[in-house]
Design a protein around this ligand. Structure first.
Ligand code: UD1
Length: 343
């Protein structure tokens, strides 16, 4: 039987590359598309090495509709798309709102437009818990009201969810699932792919691992006077391989026609809230090292706390986060050591 093919846009990125691996291991053919604007071809090589499959790679910008059409839609017979390609730096989006709105909205709209033109059927979209803003109640379910996000980046996620929902509603042949990720961390157990931030990392775990590697002098914990048990922010840290598996389950649900609605939304988190200080302590214990850190001022735009109620994904998708936080933090450190050539 011919294998189903899935287009992974942004497949050279952090979550995209892990998802490509899980798709291939689940028996799918994969095409990776990426403009390499914030990713590295090495990730594609990592995917090929882990899976032993010469995954096709197309260098293309999803904002270029004509190139998408001629290089991808006319060349490959995928019925399904997992759309990761987007800008994702919260702080940068405040400085460059137009770039963020243009890039993130245009790329999704081009993909949807071409899916309609070519009769392609299923799409999973990378959304974020940022659509809940600062929630009034924890944990958040999919019915928790969305609130204005604290950044243009966050707003693009809300807008893209609406673009997807309305396009699915207007296109009988199209089905879509938005996955609202909590905080993805960690790396593949082989340490052949992982998160590779350019410049100074903005996210917590890459900053932690770079500090442990001696590249950064000291981690700043942004605030210890929040109304939380230890005063630092609380997040739901989800292992990137667990998150990647959620995409495989979501796309399979639509391919097999098991979705209950043409457009569905799922939280992808563990259900556990972990504070920044707790994460630092767990990182030290799991890896048997000491991290240089200090308490610093709050970071503008940070929300106090958010964690997921993942019941819907557990029950409807049959998906659950499996890897425990210590293993995930060990994988993050193993990846950093691999990148830096540390024994
Ligand atoms: C943000 C976005 C999320 C996005 C993600 C990826 C919001 C609410 N969330 O997550 O949607 O997908 O970025 O870019 O907009 N911290 C430190 N020191 C550091 C770095 C971080 O203390 O050097 C703390 C932060 O204050 C925060 C926690 O660590 O409490 C996690 O931060 P980060 O990894 O940047 O993710 P979010 O801001 O939660």
């Amino acid at each position: 039987m011919k294998k189903e093919c899935v287009l992974v846009s942004g497949g050279a990125g952090y979550i995209g590359s892990h998802t490509a691996v899980e798709l291939i291991e689940a028996g799918y053919d994969v095409v990776i598309a990426d403009n390499l604007s914030n990713s590295d071809f090495g990730a594609v090589e990592g995917v090929r090495k882990i899976t032993g499959v010469e995954v096709p790679f197309v260098e293309v910008d999803c904002c270029d509709r004509e190139a998408l059409k001629t290089k991808l839609f006319e060349q490959y017979e995928f019925q399904s798309v997992i759309h990761f390609a987007a800008f994702k730096a919260v702080g940068e989006s405040v400085q460059k709102p137009l770039e963020y709105y243009r890039n993130n909205l245009t790329s999704l709209m081009n993909i949807l437009d071409l899916m309609r033109e070519f009769g392609r059927q299923n799409i999973v979209f990378s959304s974020s818990c940022t659509v809940y803003g600062e929630p009034d109640k924890q944990p958040v379910t999919e019915l928790t009201p969305r609130k204005p996000a604290t950044s243009p980046y966050g707003n693009t996620k809300t807008m893209c969810e609406d673009i997807l929902r309305d396009t699915v509603r207007a296109t009988p042949a199209l089905k879509g699932i938005a996955l609202r990720y909590f905080n993805p961390i960690g790396a593949h157990p082989t340490a052949l792919i992982g998160e590779l931030p350019r410049g100074v990392p903005q996210n917590l775990v890459p900053f932690v691992t770079q500090t442990a590697a001696g590249i950064r002098e000291c981690l700043s914990v942004f605030g210890n006077d929040y109304p939380t048990p230890d005063g630092s922010n609380i997040r739901d840290y989800i292992d990137v391989v667990d998150l990647a598996r959620a995409h495989v389950v979501a796309i399979t649900r639509m391919i097999e026609g098991k979705n209950k609605q043409p457009y569905e939304v799922f939280n992808v988190g563990t259900g556990n809230g972990v504070s920044v200080l707790e994460l630092v302590r767990r990182f030290e214990e799991a890896n048997g090292l000491k991290l240089n850190y200090k308490i610093a001022d709050r970071r503008e735009g940070d929300i106090i706390a958010i964690w997921a109620d993942p019941t819907l994904a557990n029950e409807e998708l049959g998906w659950q986060a499996k890897r425990n936080l210590d293993d995930t933090l060990r994988s993050a450190w193993a990846w950093e050591k691999h990148v830096r050539g540390i024994e």
